[in-house]
Design a protein around this ligand. Structure first.
Ligand SMILES: N[C@H](CCC[C@H](N)C(=O)O)C(=O)O
Length: 276
């Protein structure tokens, strides 16, 4: 079959987005890895499937696959691209949507300026819900990596995140340290690893080594996780500008048990077909 797809990105975090409402799509992990391959396939950080909802309370279902072929629970930049995609493809004209994901339901709102606001739901802070092996919940956890101790925040936005605070984001060895923490045995499902430099209580810089994709230009759930971790450590305000290599997101978190809100852009680059 010739599979129709759209190439999209959220601040340079790029996606292959597939309409699985009007196409019958069943992809193996090998096929996802091939489609995501930047030399032999289309190339992307994640592949997103747009499907009919299986829950009557939702408008659509949204499935997320990392470039390594693994299906994951949540993707923030992808959620904004989802909203752009379903409008561009004529799948809906509604500006407020409820979308099912493996990590729980999210609420999308298309803003007048074309940006998208996502209610990402509340963070999960208990170690067992992340999952992360720790004796009890804490705002900072010591973790040993290659004989050196680091202090991290750890939480789930539906998907697992570790957040380190660093003095100089440019000089941080993300490529070396990111994979070591991603595969740390205390994270049984692996983990996304954020490196946060706090510029002010309402402004941070962030780089993210993503589980299953490596360092990306931006990570929406990573931006949410960094703000939650920073707030739990008493260092950040309710509303924070998060400056990632690919651009800025605005993240708001009122606090314990409240949803995290993310606002940012979504861009459609080109459409194509590929023989499957
Ligand atoms: N790598 C993530 C999925 C994509 C998240 C990211 N692209 C975002 O915008 O949130 C994981 O394995 O949980």
């Amino acid at each position: 079959m010739n599979l129709r797809f759209t190439k999209m990105h959220g601040l340079g975090n790029d996606f292959v987005v597939i309409d699985a409402v009007n196409q019958s799509v069943a992809l193996s992990p090998d096929q996802v890895r091939w489609l995501a391959d930047r030399h032999r396939g289309i190339g992307c950080d994640q592949l997103l499937l747009v499907e009919p909802a299986s829950d009557s309370a939702a408008d659509f279902r949204y499935r997320i696959y990392n470039a390594d072929g693994g299906e994951v629970e949540q993707c923030g930049n992808g959620a904004r691209c989802f909203m752009r995609f379903v409008h561009d493809q004529g799948l809906t004209d509604r500006r407020a949507l409820t979308v099912q994901t493996l990590g729980g339901p999210i609420e999308l709102q298309l803003e007048d300026d074309g940006q998208v606001t996502v209610d990402m739901g509340p963070p999960r802070l208990e170690p067992a819900a992340i999952p992360f092996q720790a004796p009890a919940r804490a705002s900072v956890y010591p973790i040993e990596v290659d004989g050196q101790e680091y202090r991290i925040g750890a939480l789930s936005m539906g998907n697992p995140h570790a957040v380190l605070t660093v003095e100089d984001i440019e000089r941080t060895p993300v490529a070396e340290l990111g994979p070591r923490i991603e595969h740390h045995p205390r994270f049984p499902n692996r983990v996304n690893v954020g490196f946060m430099q706090i510029l002010a209580s309402n402004h941070i810089r962030l780089r993210v080594h993503e589980r299953g994709a490596g360092e990306t230009c931006a990570c929406g759930t990573g931006a949410c996780a960094a703000v939650v971790a920073g707030r739990l450590q008493g260092r950040l305000d309710e509303r924070v500008r998060v400056s990632l290599p690919g651009g800025d997101l605005v993240i708001s978190w009122p606090g314990e048990n409240a949803s995290v809100f993310m606002t940012g852009p979504a861009v459609s680059v080109f459409e194509g077909t590929i023989p499957l």
